[in-house]
Unconditional design. Structure first.
Length: 335
């Protein structure tokens, strides 16, 4: 069984729509960030300055996301056989770290403002915050049209949500200061907004790290795959060595060994397993090995429990979709 990898394509799906949305969001965000910095300095509002700082981080994150989409569309090559899909996940990780950094900065500024409160012009602060709220609503609407579950888009959306909260906080602070003159509300609301941003940052960080650490998708745990295949596929005697991970958001890969029952056509069995993986778990790319009944058992080298699995050297390999029955010698891997 020796076929070349001609046509073996790991190129990402077209992301032009996401890419365009991120670019538009960057232009709007960066432009208004400049306006908000000026408004914050003129009014003396920490809430506005903090929100402007957050928007500066947003602009950088959106620029990084745009770059990730551009790099992510590059074709796979001999050195990176899955292409550059992970650039998008790395961008999500950097976005999360940027959110943590801006939260720390806001907290430090708030503490300093408590110690040395200054004059705040509620009128200009209110007007700038209102415009900021409208701008952030527009950017949020742009980013949430379509594929908002993508880790890169999700990271940008979380940044904008933080900006929305920052704008609401600044508006509230301006109203309270205007009617009561109580300026400590400005740093207090800044801290409250920071806590909400921190929660979103942690969720994004956890998701990005999960993908980078080859974590299994929530809907496709190895045990679930094994149990489902055993119940759904006739002619299947055993399922072993199940490994499943995400190369990027929404793109799951899997490797597994299957043992056919006596009299079962191995090729037909593989095709059936492929179809079930795609239908039930949305796994469009899987490498499937055949374990024969007389193969000697061996320990799995990828962290599974000893004595449960068979030797990889006694298996025939196939892959899902267009990748069935491919030779696994990647020296002939063509794209």
């Amino acid at each position: 069984m020796s076929q070349s990898h001609e046509g073996h394509d790991h190129a990402p799906k077209i992301t032009n729509d996401n890419q365009r949305k991120v670019l538009i969001a960057f232009i709007i965000t960066f432009t208004y960030m400049v306006v908000e910095v000026i408004g914050g300095l003129m009014s003396g509002s920490l809430a506005l300055i903090a929100d402007a700082g957050h928007m500066l981080t947003d602009a950088g994150a959106l620029a990084l996301s745009y770059s990730a989409f551009r790099f992510g569309q590059r074709a796979a090559d001999q050195n990176r056989t899955f292409g550059y899909l992970r650039f998008e996940v790395i961008a999500g990780l950097v976005n999360a770290l940027a959110l943590f950094a801006i939260v720390i900065w806001i907290a430090i500024e708030a503490i300093d403002r408590f110690r040395t409160p200054g004059e705040i012009l509620a009128g200009p602060m209110f007007l700038v915050a209102i415009v900021g709220l409208l701008i952030n609503m527009l950017v949020f609407w742009i980013l949430t049209r379509g594929d908002k579950e993508h880790v890169n888009i999700k990271g940008a959306v979380l940044h904008v949500m933080g900006d929305l909260l920052g704008s609401v906080g600044a508006i509230s602070a301006a109203i309270i200061i205007y009617f009561t003159g109580w300026t400590p509300i400005d740093p207090i609301l800044s801290i409250l907004v920071s806590v909400l941003i921190l929660r979103s940052a942690w969720a994004l960080l956890r998701n990005s790290l999960h993908i980078l650490l080859e974590g299994a998708p929530e809907n496709a745990k190895p045990e679930e795959i094994q149990n489902y295949l055993m119940s759904a596929v006739t002619g299947l005697a055993a399922v072993r060595h199940v490994h499943v991970w995400l190369i990027t958001s929404g793109k799951a890969l899997a490797t597994l060994h299957v043992q056919p029952k006596d009299g079962t056509d191995p090729r037909l069995l593989i095709k059936t397993v492929e179809a079930e993986l795609a239908k039930r778990f949305d796994i469009q790319h899987a490498t499937i090995a055949i374990d024969w009944p007389d193969s000697p058992s061996d320990d799995c080298t990828m962290g599974e429990k000893p004595g449960e699995h068979t030797d990889h050297d006694h298996a025939d390999h196939s892959e899902t979709g267009d990748h069935t029955n491919h030779d696994h010698d990647h020296t002939g891997h063509k794209h």
